[in-house]
Design a protein around this ligand. Structure first.
Ligand code: ADP
Ligand code: GN1
Ligand code: MG
Length: 370
């Protein structure tokens, strides 16, 4: 393993000499390593990643997007005289021949980022302040990209949040039931079939011209924000593979999905899966703080709907992958994807029971902001 990583890392313009690399993070798609080098007496850290090229079929386009997005944000930070810029946006380390990623003999793509020090991610949050901060960061990220110039970014995964298409894919898998697993998930399948009309909600708004595409993150899962270890402030939005044209509503929704429940996405004790309204309210406030003058009235009205919808979309993605034999998301135990689908179902049920209250406070927050 060590030899293998040394081989990859040696292709980049490193500062210092390689010491060690350890697998890092809890992502479901790419492989991440924390790399430590030594330069004189100092430790220099990097994040090395193997891009999953079965999912991101054009890694060069992914990297081109990331380069452009990080350069755009960096320039704005510089112009505003912001401090600590290297901790507020990702820095891609070039390969020795000046490329932004490297393809090995096996055809895998590798990239290297500067490691942001004294920062950490959370797989689920511990206090409402963190929820506010996470949402403020994703709102800030959207605001930074609100004036995106042409040319458009590449669509790194087509129809990524096209929920009706996601549903169609799910129904096709269910019909084939290729691993004979449907009988193990009767309740969950029934739930999907009963609630499927929700799927078209946002795509229909787009078709009617009531909302528009923006440059969005598309994976605003809570562990894609770095928090400062001392202050717990949000400092950097990471995991930029899916930054592309999309809907701001899906970004808001995925924050609610992952930051209002104080349990992991794969928690097996479903009694812990509950939407926390104090966290939810802080997410709306943090997001509104940055986006109040960018979002349209319709976007503001559909925030709560979007949270429910994306949780449903995620449920059908996990459940579909379970039925399909776990071919997309990494799993660490049998039934892992079914467990994940179950947490999403429980979260939607919890949202449904508190929906009226949620709609009321979202409306009040926008009213008080004017
Ligand atoms: P994945 O696509 O697998 O989720 P991420 O890009 O989110 O990969 O990285 C996985 C984890 O690595 C993150 O949750 C975070 O803890 C850490 N990480 C990623 N990039 C950096 C960075 N530049 N500095 C510090 N930590 C990072
Ligand atoms: C994947 O790689 P990671 O864990 O950040 C997935 C997201 C899902 C998420 C669910 C490219 O994200 O869309 O919401 O798992 N990324 C891709 O945890 O499919
Ligand atoms: Mg991530």
């Amino acid at each position: 393993m060590k030899q293998n990583i040394v081989e990859k890392i040696n292709n980049f313009q490193l500062e210092g000499k390689f010491v060690q690399a350890i697998p890092y993070g809890t992502g479901h798609v790419n492989d991440t390593f924390l790399v430590e080098c030594r330069k004189n007496q100092q430790v220099v850290r990097y994040i090395l990643q193997r891009i999953n090229h079965f999912i991101f079929t054009n890694p060069k386009q992914v990297m081109e997007n990331i380069q452009r997005v990080t350069a755009h944000i960096r320039q704005k930070l510089q112009m505003s005289g912001a401090p600590d810029i290297d901790r507020r946006t990702l820095t891609v380390i070039p390969t020795k021949d000046g490329q932004n990623c490297f393809q090995d003999k096996q055809g895998c793509y590798w990239r290297l980022y500067r490691h942001i020090e004294n920062a950490r991610t959370w797989d689920y949050l511990n206090c409402p302040y963190q929820a506010y901060e996470a949402a403020r960061m994703f709102g800030w990220f959207q605001r930074m990209l609100a004036d995106w110039p042409l040319p458009k970014l590449h669509e790194t995964i087509p129809d990524f949040h096209n929920t009706p298409k996601r549903l169609k894919v799910f129904l096709d898998i269910l019909e084939k039931d290729p691993r004979n697993r449907a009988s193990q998930a009767n309740k969950e399948i029934q739930f999907v079939l009963e609630h499927s009309p929700i799927c078209a909600g946002l795509v229909n708004l787009l078709k009617k011209g009531l909302i528009c595409e923006r440059i969005t993150h598309n994976d605003t899962k809570i562990n894609n924000v770095l928090f400062d270890m001392e202050t717990d402030q949000g400092i950097c939005v990471i995991d930029l593979d899916t930054v592309m044209p999309g809907l701001s509503l899906y970004d808001f929704g995925d924050m609610v999905r992952t930051a209002t429940c104080q349990a992991a996405e794969d928690e097996q004790d479903l009694s812990k899966i509950e939407v926390d309204l104090v966290f939810y309210e802080q997410i709306v406030r943090g997001y509104a703080h940055e986006t109040a003058d960018i979002l349209t009235q319709t976007e503001k009205e559909y925030l709560a709907f979007a949270a429910k919808l994306i949780t449903f979309e995620q449920m059908i993605r996990f459940l579909g992958d379970f039925l399909n034999g776990d071919v997309y998301y990494k799993i660490h135990r049998p039934m892992h994807n079914l467990d994940r689908a179950r947490t999403q179902m429980k979260l939607i049920q919890s949202i449904l029971t508190k929906e009226q209250h949620i709609n009321e406070f979202v409306e009040t927050i926008w009213k008080t902001l004017g």
